[in-house]
Write a protein that binds this ligand. Structure first.
Ligand SMILES: *Cc1c(COP(=O)(O)O)cnc(C)c1O
Length: 477
């Protein structure tokens, strides 16, 4: 820095001190919001950055208020990772974005359970210790036709627990066509090993017959497993043994059949214009002694894994010490109970359950919304981009109905310049205070409007107002 001019040295000298910045009205807000330690750190960092900037490009030193504003930017860049965002990816149940958005009734119930003591394991009539699962048992039985029910952390845990309860040190029989990997290291063979079960594969990838199962069943068999191939389909020259037939085979051998549905719906989705998924009630009725399914896939509730079936088997599961390690907390139990309650009134389900509301949303409605928002988005992204309303395809996500897409409408944003400008825009939207997540495909940034609730449009516009592509454009290498 030997070649600094006198004016540069002066502007460096004019940089405000930490104490001066802390005394500003702007800093008072930061102190209230982020506390003294984080605010002071951020102010120091802002002053350091301003000093560096002045050294490389001479200018007037920022005022104390301007430094406080820089500090605010630094503090807000450290906003919580789990802050809300807009899922405009077109995947309704996006595992990386938290899957189902909960119903208002579920949110209220969870908040109440957070704020107050609840009778989690307390029998109010008897004034004695109660059962954590009792709150859900009767609801699950009513909605599925099963004799008994229990719940754990997620469906992966439900499958693990069933395997461990019935096939520890024994054999678990499964078709080669159903050895699924769900992603996130959930592979059926690995889960079996960890559960302490010996996997016995039967049939081939494309064809499995009743005799394959019959020949494999013996005195060492602990469990027969049927897995819904939720995230892929085998087509062509295929054969599988249906659940009803397999249940009869397992029963004849005196071994329980577990049917892992994965997404398992509690209502017939074709009623809402969607493809048919097996309902849990059907799976129970087909004769599987145990049925497992997720809470946060098509069911539209919080993360959970349900096991429904024969009372003696559910009791055995509940006595497994692993059940205690995989149990759910009061917040989720409250949210699950409220979500399941909505299913008692299927006529109003689509208006109350966001997952179903999004999935069943009318294309004309999505299109109207896209037209409503197009001018604001076009104005905000500026002349460097073209913003059009266009058709796109949404999907259910989370492995449910993998081959079915839903006709939807998006704002399609294309760059008048280079593709890297489009990438920059996508990044700028992703890094907003309330991020907007779309997907880039065919040279366009596609913002699928399906999952933007009408009530959230003002929030969306407010988030968009923070967009500063000028600022991000300087990051283009
Ligand atoms: C999704 C899925 C699981 C795992 O369920 P999580 O609730 O995500 O743990 C297990 N089996 C099948 C068939 C699935 O589709």
């Amino acid at each position: 820095m030997s070649c600094m001019t006198e004016s540069e040295v002066t502007s460096l000298r004019h940089l405000p001190a930490v104490a001066a910045v802390l005394a500003t009205a702007e800093a008072a807000v930061l102190l209230e919001r982020h506390g003294r330690v984080a605010t002071t750190d951020a102010i120091r960092q802002a002053i350091d950055e301003a000093r560096e900037a002045l050294r490389t490009a001479p200018a007037a030193a920022p005022s104390a208020t301007e430094v406080a504003q820089l500090a605010r930017g630094l503090l807000e860049a450290r906003a919580p990772g789990l802050r809300p965002l807009f899922n405009l990816t077109g995947t309704v149940l996006h595992t990386n974005l938290g899957r189902a958005v909960l119903a208002e009734a579920a949110i209220d119930a969870a908040v109440d359970a957070m704020r107050h003591a609840v009778a989690l394991e307390y029998d109010l009539a008897e004034g004695a210790r109660g059962e954590r699962d009792d709150h859900l048992r009767s609801l699950l039985c009513e909605l599925t036709g099963a004799e008994d029910a229990t719940v754990v952390n997620n469906n992966a845990a439900a499958v693990l627990l069933c395997l461990n309860t019935f096939a520890l040190g024994r054999e678990a029989v499964v078709s080669r066509g159903e050895l699924i990997e769900i992603g996130g290291a959930f592979r059926m063979p690995d889960i079996m090993t960890r559960a302490g079960a010996r996997m016995v594969e039967v049939g081939t990838t494309n064809r499995t017959h009743p005799a394959d199962y019959r020949n494999a069943l013996g005195e060492h068999t602990g469990l027969v497993l049927k897995v819904h191939t939720s995230n892929y389909r085998i087509q062509g020259f295929t054969a599988e043994v249906g659940a009803r037939e397999l249940a009869a085979i397992a029963d004849a051998a005196g071994v329980p059949l577990l049917n892992d549905l994965g997404s398992g719906s509690l209502v017939d989705l074709s009623r809402y214009g969607l493809a048919k998924e097996p309902t849990v009630r059907q799976a129970v009725e087909e004769g599987a002694r145990l049925v497992t399914f997720s809470g946060d896939k098509l069911l539209g509730g919080p993360q959970a894994g349900f096991m429904v079936g024969d009372r003696v088997l559910i009791e055995q599961i509940n006595r497994n010490p692993l059940k205690r390690a995989l149990r759910v907390d009061k917040l989720r139990l409250a949210a699950i109970e409220a979500t399941l309650n909505l299913y008692r009134d299927p006529d109003r389900l689509a208006e109350r359950l966001p997952t179903l509301r999004f999935l069943a949303r009318d294309k004309a409605d999505i299109e109207a919304q896209a037209h409503r928002l197009q001018p604001a988005v076009a104005a905000r992204v500026g002349d460097a981009f073209v913003v059009e309303v266009g058709n796109c395809l949404s999907q259910v996500g989370s492995g449910a109905l993998p081959l079915d897409t839903l006709a939807s409408v998006a704002l399609l944003i294309r760059s008048r310049g280079s593709q890297s400008e489009l990438e920059c825009l996508a990044t700028a939207l992703r890094t907003l205070q309330r991020p907007i997540i779309g997907r880039v495909a065919d040279g366009a940034l596609c913002l699928d409007m399906r999952c933007l609730a009408e009530a959230d449009e003002p929030l969306f516009l407010a988030a968009l107002a923070e967009l500063d592509i000028g600022g991000t454009a300087t990051h283009i290498p």
